[in-house]
Design a protein around this ligand. Structure first.
Ligand SMILES: Cc1cc2nc3c(=O)[nH]c(=O)nc-3n(C[C@H](O)[C@H](O)[C@H](O)COP(=O)(O)O)c2cc1C
Length: 268
């Protein structure tokens, strides 16, 4: 079996030159600068087939899929033998891409019980490159994967086209952190410790309204200096409305802020 000390980057997009690729590449660049060997894989070249629910459930003991699936064999060996993993997904309909989902589901079926990835450092990022909707909900399946497989995940990176340049820089920093963490695997000692670790990660616990506020915030942060102050004022009004329990009016105000905020991008 191949073993290595590499930081592995998985691009879960059908576009090898798209934004997911740019972000995963940036994270690997950070890891390289910190001294790690790295490897980038385009999942579009290894699209895993849907889990077919083998019965009896033999893959749980022989640790391989019962059906011919070269893509799964390849990807699972790569992740089983890396020192840290970075998984990037484009956001499709507020969710992860299908190719990422199929990979995750088959990994669960074959490896969740034996947990060979316990303690593996992991970092997930999503890119909601259209409206920006789903920047958090698209990440959740990735972090559910990390949690169920007992990996040691760091904070996620939710990205939209509105915060893309800043996100590239943050991806590099978090890639460096992956390189540092790849030197020492620290599995969780109890289930409770693991659940609390994941509860402590930012973003993942946001409800839908809070996710929309975050999105509006990102568009405002990206405004040019001296630009329109109205979106920011709108968000302040939204906060005041939320504080007095007027949630529907508050969220409507957030949408107004978002719609004003994105105008500067749509002009480009
Ligand atoms: C089927 C499909 C669904 C999409 N759904 C969303 C969405 O829910 N939210 C969003 O912001 N962008 C959405 N997009 C836009 C992609 O997130 C965007 O194009 C992203 O850059 C794709 O990543 P890539 O550049 O790596 O291909 C969708 C694109 C496709 C093809």
């Amino acid at each position: 079996m191949e073993t290595n000390n590499k930081v592995l980057g998985l691009v879960g997009s059908p576009n090898p030159k798209g934004r997911t690729n740019e972000l995963v590449t940036a994270a690997l660049e950070g890891a390289t600068r910190a001294g790690s060997a790295v490897e980038l894989i385009q999942m579009s070249e290894y699209v895993v087939a849907a889990c077919r629910d083998c019965l009896p459930w033999t893959c749980v003991t022989n640790l391989e899929c019962n059906y011919e699936d070269e893509a799964f064999k390849f990807l699972s060996q790569k992740i089983l033998n890396c020192a840290a993993v970075i998984l990037g997904t484009p956001v499709y309909w507020w969710d992860t891409s299908g190719m990422v989902k199929y990979f995750i589901l088959k990994m669960f079926r074959v490896f969740a019980r034996s947990a060979p990835l316990r303690g593996l450092p992991a970092f997930g990022l999503s890119i909601a490159g259209g409206t920006g909707n789903g920047l958090i909900s698209g990440l959740r399946p990735v972090y559910h994967f990390f949690q169920v497989m007992q990996m040691r995940a760091i904070e996620p990176l939710p990205v939209t086209r509105f915060n893309f340049p800043a996100a590239l820089e943050r991806a590099k920093e978090l890639g460096r952190l992956m390189a540092d963490m790849s030197l020492h695997r620290t599995p969780f000692t109890t289930l409770e410790e693991r659940l609390l670790w994941y509860d402590g990660l930012p973003y993942l616990g946001l409800n839908r309204a809070a996710e929309r506020c975050l999105l509006a915030d990102l568009t405002i942060l990206a405004q040019p200096a001296g630009g329109n102050a109205e979106p920011a004022r709108s968000l302040i009004r939204a906060d005041a409305l939320a504080a007095s329990g007027r949630l529907l009016e508050s969220l409507t105000e957030v949408t107004g802020a978002y719609e004003l905020g994105i105008k500067v991008f749509d002009k480009k």
